[in-house]
Design a protein around this ligand. Structure first.
Ligand code: SAM
Length: 348
């Protein structure tokens, strides 16, 4: 048993102090890697505050931490004593510091599993096959993947898969302050965008607090927001995630214009104006609102109207208004088929 582990055991739940940056760099030859968005949080009061934002962690719960790095937040999680802690870190250089934490936790009956993997590819269902335990997702996320990861998790949430087979999986995550504000932005606010609506369709996001950039090493250009996202008990829609995502992308593509402009680009140019007007009427939404003025129910009624429309006109489903108009060139003149004269893409 190492001296550090013995010290921890002798002192009950005390975990070894966070190494200083100088120690980290010297001992483990670590330097923050920009391409992995590494900004470390070394202030224990702040790491404790992030974990406290997650709310109650029961002794039977499982916590999955994204990107533990040198283990600042990891220590705060271990102090809450979950039954199991899963760490997913892309950078193997943190192996020794994380291994030390695992050694400290094991005599206290906490299982720590360390995976050197990309969280975007990590199969949570495979690592947590059983759904009897509640899962908390916690992480000081790398900026470079934070929005993509969140959208992936909403897709899982909509499909009740991955970490979201139960509806009480709570996410406590950091984002660049502007992104955090967008996630939580109410109707009519300057920051309201696609991410706000997507977040509020499946979760209840709450901005917990802001951490000034200077608290991180190295200091990022921006401040950081800590957001807690609780899945809604009753999802606001039963539509497929890919369809909702597509409709929101179009609605918010022309943020400052009337929302009918962006929404209309879901439809091919022939008869677009008329069809768009009909769909707004069916959805009972005023088409001269700007997209940031739309509420979640209004956005979802527009998604419902579009879903109905593509049932009636299946050829429109994959219409991509940005795609090249290849059909004209490919179809011999005089060919009398009704294949639409626009490129089609599958909804993601
Ligand atoms: N949790 C540590 C802290 O608060 O000091 C480090 C946070 S740092 C902002 C982001 C961490 O995520 C880094 O350790 C980085 O190596 C890791 N990371 C970056 N991309 C990742 C990915 N795709 N999957 C898993 N971890 C990743």
């Amino acid at each position: 048993m190492s001296q550090a582990t013995a010290r921890v055991l002798n002192s009950g739940m005390r975990l070894p102090p966070l190494p200083t940056i100088r120690e980290l760099v010297k001992l483990y030859k670590l330097q923050a890697m920009k391409q992995l968005s590494q900004n470390f949080l070394m202030d224990e009061r702040l790491t404790d505050k992030i974990v406290k934002s997650a709310g109650r962690i029961d002794p039977r719960d499982i916590v999955l931490e994204v990107g533990p790095g040198p283990g600042g937040i990891t220590r705060s999680i271990l102090r809450r004593q979950p039954q199991r802690l899963i760490l997913v870190e892309k950078d193997r250089r943190f192996g020794e510091t994380l291994q030390l934490l695992r050694e400290c936790a094991s005599p206290l009956d906490m299982q720590v599993d360390i995976y050197y993997d990309d969280i975007l590819r990590f199969n949570i269902e495979q690592h947590i096959p059983d759904i009897t335990q509640r899962i908390h997702l916690i992480g000081n996320l790398p900026f470079s993947i934070s929005t993509r990861l969140l959208i992936n998790w909403y897709a899982d949430l909509a499909a009740r898969r991955g970490a979201f087979r139960r509806n009480d999986t709570c996410m406590t995550l950091t984002f660049q302050k502007e992104v955090a504000e967008r996630i939580c932005a109410p109707v009519g606010s300057e920051q309201r965008c696609r991410l706000s609506v997507m977040s509020q369709i499946w979760t209840e996001p709450v901005m917990k607090f802001i951490i000034p950039g200077k608290a991180f090493v190295p200091k990022p250009q921006v401040d950081v927001g800590v957001v807690k996202l609780m899945p809604l008990k009753q999802p606001k829609t039963q539509l497929p995630f890919s369809l909702v995502e597509r409709v929101m992308r179009h609605i918010f593509s022309m943020r400052q214009k009337y929302c009918r402009r962006g929404y209309g680009t879901l439809l091919p140019p022939d008869g677009r104006e008329e069809a768009t007007q009909t769909l707004f009427q069916r959805a009972d939404v005023r088409d001269t609102l700007r997209s940031f003025e739309l509420s979640v129910p209004q956005c979802l009624r527009l998604a419902d109207a579009y879903a109905e429309y593509i049932k009636e006109h299946p050829e429109v489903e994959g219409y991509d208004y940005r795609g090249p108009k290849i059909q004209d060139a490919a179809t011999p003149s005089g060919d009398n088929d009704f294949t639409p004269a626009y490129n089609v893409v599958k909804c993601i």
